[in-house]
Design a protein around this ligand. Sequence first.
Ligand code: ADE
Length: 250
Amino acid sequence: MTTTAIVSALHEELAAVLGLMPDEQPQRVGGREFWRGHLHGQPVVAVLSGIGKVAAATTATALIERFGVQRIVFTGVAGGLGDGVKVGDVVVARSFLQHDMDASPIFPRHEVPGYGRASFEADAALSARLAMASEQVLQTLPAQLGAEVVQAFGLQAPRCHQGLLLSGDRFVSTSAESTALRAELPQALAVEMEGAAFAQVCHDYGVPLAVVRTISDRADDAAHVDFPRFLREVASRYSGAIIETLLASR
Ligand code: ADE
């Protein structure tokens, strides 16, 4: 049976997934706990990658080399960049780009040296299933979170978007920076700190990858406001429900 890795950067994002694994056993590798177990009867390894591209790349490599996972699903939060990508929406990546990669003038801006390309693809089939699971969750979950939470974060009529996800070793928390990113990379839907690193490692090893991100902020001057509360009360619930729906669907 296919072993699926479920990865998040932060504890709050993975807590709901671990809660769905009845038999999880921890194993420490490279300073991280990897939790082997089952979810809906399917073999799963759950792990916190930590934050940033290096932590993400180490985690992806360990998952593939040490745990032999055959596919990787990353779930977490991101800052919205694209028009209409608002807090409480979900983005499923179709492709990934490191917005802080710059070996110019030796290589074109954003190109990853040695690869002849700037962007890497998500696995189309796995991402389509993840998007379907996300759509399904968006239809029911906001109502379950309660009117006060929906009101507090403006979670009315959330949507699922699919497209380009940016990653970089920076929490984007000024309007000046998000405006510059939008101008430079107009197709970008959202920005986070790990996805493109996972994508590069998964490309190296030929392992399918899908990434889903709940939008926690608009990567602007208000990006830090209530981030912990959003993680706790919204993002962890989205992560758990989306992963459960994905694995239940086979
Ligand atoms: N993750 C969630 N919000 C983010 C932001 N604004 N920048 C980078 N990573 C994020």
